[in-house]
Design a protein around this ligand. Structure first.
Ligand code: NAD
Ligand code: ZN
Ligand code: ZN
Length: 370
């Protein structure tokens, strides 16, 4: 079929919206008509050329929500008409990691996905016979996409897809960091560094787990306002004095917080998250992605005295099981998604979505397809 998509032709250049050929889903794959898709930093990071693992030409986009239109042979868990959220982190249900409750890092299709191919090592995207690669296994800046069944989470068909698509990435990452990775205990004190999509999700996750105090730290007053809306009980402007000047420690009975979360991607802030975790049992969870080659500096004594550090990819959420449950929480009114959507744009405006993000104008631009 023919369809329109935003193609990364050359790193550092605007995406080009054009018609491409999309071939039929093969064994274990489904054709999805996109209804909405969030524009995320990871798309921009790859488009800019800074990401060393990026490839072009490719169709970017990974925060998709859509409807299954057709399925290939052997697909048993999806049918035409199903509403789905796309997963850059699949859940095959069979690999050693999928069978273990401790992780969501499915091993099934990583190698091909990292190279821009579907699991059988080929692409469904073509332009005049030329192969166009699939970004993150999703390629959702497009009217349609073909994806593996194991990378599509079937959600409540009543859930509006323009909101549900945000569960494809940052929101689930933040929620899951608090709910799955840290498993925040009721009554505890939490500090969340960063109030972007991920940090705000972590604030909401801490609230859902019954935290008593949730301190959110960011550089932007506007974003701290959003954090309050998601359940932060206190907010604080970020900077060196947050930890060195003793602000967090003095705010938390001299000990530090039971749980801290890093959602900025800055390694200096990661260090702050470790240093503001409480002695004896404080757990610092890293959700931010640092630049290539950067390292986290930690004084080992902090660990001997009981602090722990965890990393969290996609919030530890096993996508096919976990995303529908998070969407259900949203449908029950327990997660307020609307404040995250700052702009609604068409596919042709995808580059404006990048500009808005660069200018930190709002949390998410959502592309709507009609
Ligand atoms: N682990 C995962 O699976 C996963 C998934 C998605 C995104 N991420 C990563 O999570 C991070 C956050 O993503 P996002 O979409 O929320 O980004 P974002 O840029 O929207 O938000 C980051 C926030 O951090 C704040 N900030 C910057 N410096 C700070 C400081 N010194 N102190 C306090 N706050 C500071 C900014 O003001 C901003 O509000 C990024 O590194 C992203 O790559 C990780
Ligand atoms: Zn993303
Ligand atoms: Zn697996």
């Amino acid at each position: 079929m023919r369809m329109r998509a935003a193609v990364l032709e050359e790193f550092g250049e605007p995406l080009v919206v054009e018609e491409l050929e999309l071939t039929d889903p093969r064994e274990g794959e489904a054709l999805v008509r996109l209804v909405a898709c969030g524009v995320c930093h990871t798309d921009l990071y790859t488009a800019s050329g800074v990401d060393p693992s990026g490839y072009a030409p490719s169709v970017l986009g990974h925060e998709g929500g859509g409807v299954v239109e057709a399925v290939g042979p052997g697909v048993s868990s999806l049918a035409p008409g199903d509403h789905v959220v796309t997963l850059f982190s699949p859940q095959c249900g069979e690999c050693v990691h999928c069978r273990d409750e401790r992780t969501n890092l499915c091993l099934a299709i990583r190698e091909q996905q990292n190279k821009g191919y579907l699991p059988d090592g080929s692409t469904r995207l073509r332009r005049d016979g030329e192969e166009i690669r699939h970004f993150m296994g999703t390629s959702t800046f497009a009217e349609y996409t073909v994806m593996p069944e194991i990378a599509l989470a079937k959600i409540d068909p009543e859930a509006p897809l323009d909101r549900a698509c945000l569960f494809a990435c940052g929101l689930s990452t933040g929620l899951g960091a608090a709910i799955n990775t840290a498993q925040v205990r009721e009554g505890s004190t939490c500090v969340v560094f960063g109030a972007g999509m991920v940090g705000l999700g972590a604030v909401a996750g801490c609230r859902l787990r019954g935290a008593e105090r949730i301190i959110c730290v960011d550089l932007s007053e506007d974003r701290l306002g959003l954090a309050t809306g998601q359940g932060a009980t206190e907010t604080m402007l970020g900077g060196d004095d947050v930890v060195d000047g003793g602000k967090i420690v003095s705010e938390t009975d001299g000990f530090g917080a039971d749980y801290t979360f890093e959602a900025t991607g800055n390694v200096a802030v990661m260090r702050q998250a470790v240093e503001s975790a409480r002695m004896a049992w404080g757990l610092a969870t890293m959700a931010g992605v640092a630049g290539k080659g950067e390292t986290l500096d930690v004084i080992p004594r902090l660990l001997i005295t009981g602090r722990r550090i965890a990393g969290s990819s996609f919030g530890g959420v096993k996508g096919r099981d976990g995303v529908p449950k998070l969407v259900d929480l949203y449908m029950r009114g327990e997660i307020d998604v609307d404040p995250f959507i700052s702009h609604r744009i068409g596919l042709d405006d995808v580059n404006r979505g990048f500009e808005l993000m660069d200018a930190q104008d709002g949390i998410r631009s959502v592309i709507e397809f009609n």
